[in-house]
Design a protein around this ligand. Structure first.
Ligand code: ADP
Ligand code: MG
Length: 697
């Protein structure tokens, strides 16, 4: 048996289990199985006696015999109870599922090792669905000691493919391996940092004899995982730098200076100035800029974007800005258009709803270089959009665009234009270094002066009357209000009903107020019309789904009410809250939730009440959700699987791995030296397995 062997051929697997492992865990080969790492280990080196067991104990292991077993109850409520004794007392083992199988499998008066979580059930303590083994010399290794626990699905469990079964399969696979696992790190790195071999690491992560072995195995595997991601990033970056020269924006010219001197409505914050200097430095070097601009909501990224565009324009180039939604593109068009007008720039808008005729004129003018700044949505990416001389691309709210889309904008000029990616989602440093490791990072870490911190409150639904009084008072004082309903998927009819009911109720409660409603099912033109009314102040309340999540800027709106706040993630809540606190008035964020919420949700809402710092919230979010939840949700940008690292906990290892990777690339940028042959092979291998970072090189 070797690493490529299909799992069907592992004794104890067979076609049925193989199909299950394929489908549920994407495990196809022996290698996949061996790199399916446990999520934690429990200590099964110790035996307890039944007399000392209490329900506070997390897990216990007992040695003894079943003296009696019986089925209790009828039909679906039936359960199997076995009385298990060890000479110091008796304890009940209980099963609610798979009764027939269990009843046949476990016999009276056979010596068993029982393992599970004791719980109190009325006056008695029992163990539900315990793990039971007959101890032999041969299986001691897979039963006793530090036991690896593996995630399995409900479906697998119902086919008796639980954590323990998986552990046995892994054990079998390892013992049948014809040769040790090949090494994947160069000798030099292993020696220098005193790592264990890959073979040892894999064996010990599944079957450690002691804590030390487990630790060393874990360190090695985490290092390896992070190191190769970083190595790949550095390698690609160097290649790219060699391949492409960046346009040189040598001078600060008339437009920039004219705007700065005569039209800037406020003093830039120090953070804005610092970032502009970083951008300026990048664009003057001849190296193509790839920069991520992080700035909390309301920190003033738009003006930075605009002034960066002026640098491009002053040097004879065009600039474009791409936003994730029409509303946002529109808004940028409004504000940038206004600023551009003052200094005689031609700023245009291109979205999905731009009419065909307008589009044709626009395309022509773009090619002739008559348009200085083009603002738009995904429509900008289309091949028909051709610039005369595009020098700078700005992408707003990056988390909604993928790497591939970013790459597409690169092809819009002979050389790739400079790229500035702006995001208001504060990304924890560790995540930024992996997901956006190919970007340099600038941070606006200061809000414009005079902002009052937003006050956040959590209210249960039974406090609706006082919420209504608050709404009335705020509107009477001239403020505007957002009221947001969850709509996780725009097509969920139930959510939609919530929104409509909420809207109807609000109209009934406040007949004297004007109310706008915006949701994803509306036509863009209707949506824009409703938005416009709110922006202009014609309506006082905007009832909406999360379509307003990003970017919308209405300084007079000072209250954000979030309905069913328990259904939002932290970063989404933070984004929504960022819609207020943009004017001079005291702003409020009210989180409405039902009384029945879980502990995690309670914690989430507490974080929101306790801090407005986006980075703190992002860290908390990463900690609470863990990296497993990252894919598929907010951070779906992760272009690779992390099998063992936890980005929220392994920050130090990441920094270390990054440093080592950088050292390697500094010494041998193209990995041509013979000692680095393995590294290069490994990169190729990984690149074939993951999303191709190479698309942008
Ligand atoms: P975001 O970073 O969320 O995109 P915006 O660029 O929309 O933030 O800016 C938020 C608000 O702050 C806007 O009304 C903008 O005009 C204002 N603003 C930006 N920079 C400053 C500054 N230095 N001083 C005062 N107000 C500013
Ligand atoms: Mg913005």
């Amino acid at each position: 048996m070797n690493l490529d062997t299909e799992i069907t051929y592992i004794p104890g697997v067979g076609p049925k289990r193989a199909a299950l492992l394929n489908k549920e865990l994407s495990i196809y080969s022996v290698e996949d199985l061996l790199t399916y790492f446990p999520y934690r280990h429990i200590d099964r080196s110790r035996f307890y006696t039944i007399r000392e067991v209490n329900e506070e104990m997390p897990y216990i292991q007992l040695r003894g015999r079943i003296v009696r077993k019986e089925k209790i109850g009828e039909g679906r409520k039936q359960r199997l109870v076995a009385i298990f004794g060890d000479g110091t007392g008796f304890i009940e083992l209980v099963w609610f599922k798979g009764l027939r199988y269990i009843e046949d499998k476990y016999r009276i008066n056979q010596d068993y090792v029982v393992f599970g979580k004791p719980t109190r059930f009325g006056a008695k303590i029992n163990i539900a669905h315990p793990e039971i083994d007959i101890l032999t010399e041969a299986n001691a290794k897979t039963v006793l000691g530090l036991q690896a626990l593996y995630n399995t699905s409900e479906k697998m469990k119902s086919h008796y493919l639980n954590s323990a079964a998986l552990r046995k399969l892994i054990y079998t696979a390892i013992s049948k391996l014809q040769a040790p696992l090949p090494e994947t790190l160069p000798e030099s790195i292993i020696k220098k940092y005193n790592f264990v071999s890959r073979h040892t690491a894999i064996v010990h992560i599944h079957f450690p004899s002691n804590v030390k072995e487990l630790e060393r195995a874990t360190q090695r595997l985490k290092f390896e995982e992070l190191f190769y991601i970083q190595l790949s990033i550095f390698y690609q970056n160097r290649l790219r730098e060699q391949k492409y020269k960046g346009y040189v924006f040598a001078s600060i010219g008339e437009k920039f200076n004219g705007f700065y001197k005569n039209h800037l409505a406020f003093e830039l914050t120090n953070a804005q100035k610092k970032v502009l200097r970083e951008i300026r430095a990048d664009m003057a070097t001849g190296r193509q800029m790839n920069r991520l601009l992080q700035g909390d909501v309301g920190s003033g990224k738009t003006i930075v974007a605009f002034m960066s565009m002026l640098m491009a324009i002053d040097n004879g180039f065009q600039a474009c800005l791409m936003a994730p939604t029409e509303i946002l593109a529109n808004q940028h068009f409004q504000s940038i258009g206004k600023m551009g007008e003052k200094i005689g720039l031609n700023v245009q808008l291109l979205t999905g709803s731009t009419k065909k005729k307008d589009r044709e004129t626009l395309h022509a003018e773009l090619m002739e270089g008559k348009i200085n700044i083009l603002i738009g949505t995904h429509a900008l990416i289309e091949d028909t959009v051709v610039f005369q001389n595009l020098g700078l691309v700005i992408i707003d709210e990056q988390h909604r665009f993928g790497v591939a889309q970013r790459a597409k904008l690169w092809t819009k000029n002979v050389c790739p234009p400079h790229v500035l990616v702006m995001t208001a989602t504060p990304i924890p440093r560790t995540l930024a270094m992996t997901v956006y490791g190919d970007l340099d990072v600038s941070v606006i870490d200061e809000l414009p002066p005079g902002r009052k911190p937003i006050q956040t409150y959590q209210l249960y639904d039974n406090k609706r009357a006082s919420l209504n009084r608050f709404i009335a008072k705020q509107v009477a004082a001239g403020r505007q209000i957002y009221l947001v309903y969850p709509l996780i998927q725009e097509s969920e009819n139930l959510d939609f009903k919530n929104l409509e009911d909420g809207y109807a109720l609000l109209k009934e409660t406040f007949p004297q107020f004007k109310i706008s409603m915006v949701h994803g099912k509306m036509k863009p033109s209707e949506k824009d019309e409703e938005m416009r009314k709110f922006v202009e102040g014609t309506t006082q309340i905007l009832v909406a789904t999360t379509v307003i999540e990003v970017g919308v800027n209405v300084p007079n709106a000072s209250v954000m009410i979030i309905e069913s706040a328990e259904r939002f993630g932290l970063s989404q809540l933070h984004q929504l809250r960022g819609r207020v606190g943009r004017g001079a008035e005291q702003s409020y964020c009210i989180l409405m939730s039902s009384y029945k919420i879980g502990d995690d949700t309670r914690k989430r809402l507490e974080v929101m009440v306790n801090t407005t710092d986006g980075f703190e919230i992002a860290e908390a979010d990463l900690k609470m959700r863990g990296p497993g939840d990252l894919d598929g949700t907010q951070q779906s940008g992760l272009p690779f699987d992390l099998k063992i690292t936890n980005l929220s906990r392994d920050g130090e290892m990441l920094t270390f791995a990054r440093r080592v990777a950088e050292e390697v690339i500094d010494a041998d940028p193209r990995l041509e030296k013979s000692e680095n042959k393995l590294l290069k092979q490994q990169l190729e291998h990984l690149r074939r397995q993951t999303v191709n970072w190479g698309v942008i090189s």
